[in-house]
Ligand binder design. Structure first.
Ligand code: PLP
Length: 431
């Protein structure tokens, strides 16, 4: 029987992130009674009585009523191969315009298999073969984008995430350093609204300055808006794409959190012209759709029909996400309040945490290494799980941090989980 040599397989397979995700899942399965602050997954209560037939019917009715399809033709659409760019582009385009002030025609939208595929397609299209094009990422960073870059052999440069968003001086310095070595920062990935794992939000001023820097240093911005909907009522900031006069921003979104992750439906807005001086009317979205046709061919029409129906029934993205936003705001408030209560005293010096205004995550700094051994102790002896932050950093800076997620738990579990976490931190994290 042939035995493959790991060193002859693609280098992305050696990425420690893949190992630690597997380990985390394995620990969770070994300690089923542990309370887990690890998963960044949406709460299951939102899908317990989700009626997919009702939403599919709403979408089919829309095709017949508003788009002139015969009922037979509309129904067939659900079961056949479909256009690579998607079936619900017009609904997504409309929702983005109304809810987020993003003026993107349906032709500038591609419906993808989650945000993850959107990242993969955007990176593949923008980055040429070879080490000359570099992707800048905020550090710490979502492993979906760093993993996709590693999958595609794209070199990364990490830029410190600050309380304000991203260190713009460091980003500019990275652009200059790249160009002095014959390379260029081709794009910068940011999650301006409540990043995963950092939880931070980019200030409005930083958003404007980042767009100006992208113009002056000639790079594109990959904006991941997975958690924008969790902003408190009336407190949302305009996303980068809504401020993007120069079409520097490729905007990536997902229905995983506002609808359900099993649909695997996301989208990318790519309204950049491709062609000399923008004279050619071909858009980057056309190129992404072409690439998609050799990756996943098309996003499941059945899934798109359910998501399309949900958009139609709820009237808008904010109609869809409003109750969820309230739920996650409440959970985050409960988590932070439980931390304040349970961690008020008895902690080793150096335990500190941030106070995000939205999103799913809180980051805790420890005086000891938050590694897989410590996680094992936490699970086995205290019945509580969390995510080590080291996998989100490119430079080892996260070795002494852990991430807590508030999205997947009920209020009682948050309270009990924090009681357990407090016992663990007070006993096991003295250096
Ligand atoms: C920052 C970020 N982007 C995107 C996603 C969702 O991606 P997908 O739509 O592929 O599930 C997640 C989910 O965990 C995320 O944390």
């Amino acid at each position: 029987m042939v035995a493959l040599n790991p060193s002859e397989l693609h280098s992305s397979l050696a990425d420690p992130v893949l190992g630690s995700i597997g380990f985390l899942n394995e620990v969770m399965s070994r300690y089923p009674d542990a309370i887990s602050f690890a998963p960044g997954a949406p709460h299951t209560s939102f899908t317990d009585d989700l009626d997919t037939t009702r939403y599919t019917d709403a979408f089919l009715n829309h095709l017949v009523r508003d788009k002139g399809y015969s009922p037979v033709r509309a129904r067939r659409l659900l079961f056949e191969y479909g256009p690579s760019r998607g079936l619900i582009n017009h609904l997504v385009s409309d929702a983005l315009r109304r809810d987020q002030g993003i003026a993107a025609a349906p032709a500038a939208v591609v419906i993808t298999v989650g945000a993850q595929e959107a990242m993969l397609l955007a990176l593949r299209a923008l980055f040429r073969y070879g080490p000359q094009d570099v992707l800048a990422v905020a550090n710490p960073c979502f492993v979906g984008i760093t993993g996709a870059a590693s999958f595609l052999d794209i070199p990364l440069v990490s830029i410190e995430e600050t309380d304000d968003g991203i260190n713009l001086a460091a980003l500019e310095a990275a652009c200059l350093a790249a160009s002095s070595s014959g390379r260029r920062v081709r794009a910068c990935y940011v999650a301006a609204d409540f990043s995963n794992p950092g939880g931070g939000r980019m200030s409005l001023e930083c958003r404007h300055k980042l767009l100006a820097l992208a113009d002056s240093r000639d790079f594109l911005i990959l904006e991941d808006n997975a958690y924008g909907f969790t902003a408190a009522d009336g407190k949302a900031l305009p996303c980068l794409k809504a401020l993007d006069a120069g079409r520097r921003v490729i905007h990536i979104g997902t229905f995983a959190k506002v609808c359900f992750p099993g649909a695997r439906v996301g989208y990318v807005v790519a309204d950049q012209s491709v062609g000399a001086d923008g004279a050619d009317e071909r858009l980057l979205a056309d190129e992404l759709a072409a690439l998609k046709s050799v990756v996943t061919v098309n996003t499941s029409p059945l899934s798109q029909a359910v998501i399309g129906g949900m958009l139609l029934k709820h009237g808008s993205l904010s109609g869809l996400s409003g109750p969820k936003s309230e739920f996650y705001q409440r959970n985050l408030t409960l988590l932070l309040a439980a931390m304040d209560r349970h961690l008020a005293d008895g902690l080793p010096p150096g335990v500190r945490w941030n106070r995000p205004a939205g999103g799913f995550f809180v980051r805790v700094k420890l005086p000891v290494r938050a590694d897989l051994d410590l996680l094992e102790t936490s699970a086995a002896q205290y019945g509580v799980l969390w995510t080590p932050m080291s996998q989100f950093y490119l430079d080892g800076a996260g070795d002494f941090q852990l991430r807590l997620s508030c999205s997947y738990l009920d209020p009682e579990a948050i309270e009990e989980g924090m009681r357990r976490l407090a016992a663990f931190l007070k006993k096991e994290t003295w250096s």
